[in-house]
Design a binder for this molecule. Structure first.
Ligand code: GLU
Length: 331
């Protein structure tokens, strides 16, 4: 079992880490509300970090819109892109990630890989459960010994993806505050995972692990689509000598068919609800009902939930966009 940060008397530091690839919807909003409550209910410090490294999918309007939606919902933070854009927007921090990639390269823990376009395309995004999780078979391990360190280009002009050389045997195990003990086999379930495609190491996996460390994050509360990938995040923390934060993976909001929320399930964007005239207490009330902390239709502000926030009384199944919720929001 790996040792995770024990807060003791240390203040909790949590983060909201939106990816500006689209509008915030009821599902993201619920995870952000929970992250906010977890930190604020213990007088912790909360940061917002914009994870905008997922280039092809990043929308120019989405970062500002995410902050507006979070504020409208009544969530606040102590530091974020609005207080220091150079620090809390990942695309402004590429050089920092580059230094850590270099460290890993120097230790012989990372290698370039040119296998399958699909894998290369996926590395800059946070992997999500609906994606097929491929365990890499190591074809490119030891295959390339030189590349242009400025462009990351191989001598034949190909752009590789950086992969972590995972040599550990046995099982990885950590304790998640909701899911309990989570285990995976290093070789069968994790394998040589992709870190980044960017020559400066600026891909989701490396960047968020580095940032959580540099920003002193002690608790990572996020959607459970990232639960399996957490094992690789911990491997990386260990390779870089970083502590492992407390993980809290919360179930996603899904449609009645059990799938992640998508357009076909109705327009659940916060901005749309706001435009239709719904108020923050109505939205927060439904998010709280999904957690088991409110009656259906109760109107609440985030502060009203501080006393009700309790992971022991938290509905651990996926929250469902039921006909009752759809009717309430006229979806
Ligand atoms: N930015 C990631 C996403 O929106 C969240 C990653 C995290 O919380 O670690 O999927």
């Amino acid at each position: 079992m790996i040792k995770q940060v024990q807060n003791g008397n240390q203040p909790i530091v949590g983060r909201l880490a939106p990816s500006p690839t689209g509008a915030l919807h009821l599902g993201n909003a619920r995870s952000f509300l929970l992250a906010w409550l977890s930190v604020r209910s213990r007088n912790g410090r909360l940061i917002v970090r914009m994870e905008d490294l997922d280039h092809p999918k990043v929308k120019p309007w989405a970062a500002t819109a995410a902050l507006d939606d979070l504020r409208w919902l009544g969530l606040d933070w102590d530091a974020g892109p609005d207080t220091d854009a150079s620090k809390y927007i990942q695309s402004n921090r590429r050089a920092i990630y580059g230094k850590y990639l270099e460290q890993l390269l120097d230790k012989g823990l990372v290698y370039p890989c040119v296998c399958s376009r699909n894998e290369i395309e996926n590395v800059q995004s946070a992997p999500h459960r609906e994606d097929q999780r491929l365990i890499y078979n190591g074809t490119c391990r030891g295959r390339f010994s030189n590349w242009d360190s400025a462009t990351a280009m191989l001598p034949d002009g190909r752009l590789p993806v950086w992969r972590f050389k995972l040599e550990k045997q046995g099982r990885s195990c950590f304790v998640d505050a909701i899911r309990g003990e989570c285990e995976a086999d290093y070789q069968a379930d994790i394998g040589d995972f992709a870190l980044a495609r960017d020559p400066l190491g600026a891909g989701y996996t490396l960047a968020h692990v580095v940032d959580d460390y540099l920003m002193g994050v002690t608790e990572v509360l996020r959607g459970d689509d990232l639960l399996e990938a957490t094992h690789s995040h911990i491997v990386l923390q260990q390779a870089l000598g970083f502590p492992t934060p407390q993980y809290v993976h919360v179930p996603l909001v899904v449609a009645e068919d059990g799938r992640r929320l998508a357009k076909r399930h109705g327009d659940t964007r916060i901005a749309m609800l706001r435009e239709k005239g719904f108020t923050p207490p109505q939205v927060i009330g439904i998010l709280a009902w999904w957690c088991g902390w409110a009656e259906f239709g109760e109107e609440l502000m985030p502060e009203d939930l501080l006393a009700r926030f309790d992971l022991a009384i938290f509905i651990r199944e996926q929250a469902v966009l039921t006909p009752q919720v759809k009717e309430y929001f006229k979806l």
